[in-house]
Design a binder for this molecule. Structure first.
Ligand code: AMP
Length: 112
C-alpha cells in the first residue's frame, strides 16, 4: 500500500465521500471538484501512475475504465471526461494511480 493520501483513504485512516467500491477499486468525490460531478476512481493495488503499469495490470486497467463508465451512469451523466494525469508536469499531484471522472457541465477542449 502506498503512503499517499489515497493509500490512507484505502486503509480507512481518513474519510472520503464514497460513490462506489468493489474488490479492485474505490471511487469517491474529489475534495476540490472542477465540475458538478468530479469523482476519482483508484485501484486498491498501489500503482503510481500509468507509467508504472505493466502487462500484469491489463485487466485491472480495463476494470478501472469500466468502473469510470459505471460511476458516470450512477451520477446520471450522458457525457463526461475521463482524465489520467501521469507525472508532475502533466498535473499529477497524488502518486497513486487515479482516474478523474468529470462532468455535469460543458467541457472545453483542449484542456490546459
Ligand atoms: P491529480 O492532480 O491528477 O494527481 O489529482 C489528484 C486529485 O486528488 C485532485 O483533484 C485533488 O483535489 C484530489 N484530492 C486530494 N486529496 C483528496 C482527498 N483527501 N479526497 C478526495 N480528493 C482528494
Amino acid at each position: 500500500m502506498t503512503t499517499t493520501i489515497f493509500g490512507r483513504i484505502l486503509r480507512g485512516e481518513i474519510p472520503c465521500d464514497q460513490v462506489y467500491d468493489d474488490d479492485l477499486c474505490l471511487a469517491f468525490r474529489d475534495v476540490q471538484p472542477q465540475a458538478p460531478v468530479h469523482v476519482l476512481v483508484i485501484p486498491r493495488h498501489p500503482l503510481v501512475n500509468l507509467a508504472d503499469a505493466g502487462e500484469a495490470d491489463q485487466a485491472l486497467l480495463g476494470h478501472l475504465l469500466l468502473v469510470a463508465a459505471k460511476v458516470a451512469r450512477l451520477e446520471g451523466l450522458d457525457a463526461w471526461r475521463t482524465v489520467i494525469n501521469s507525472g508532475a508536469e502533466a498535473g499529477q499531484s497524488v502518486f497513486h494511480l487515479h482516474l478523474h471522472v468529470i462532468g455535469g457541465r460543458p467541457l472545453a477542449w483542449p484542456p490546459g
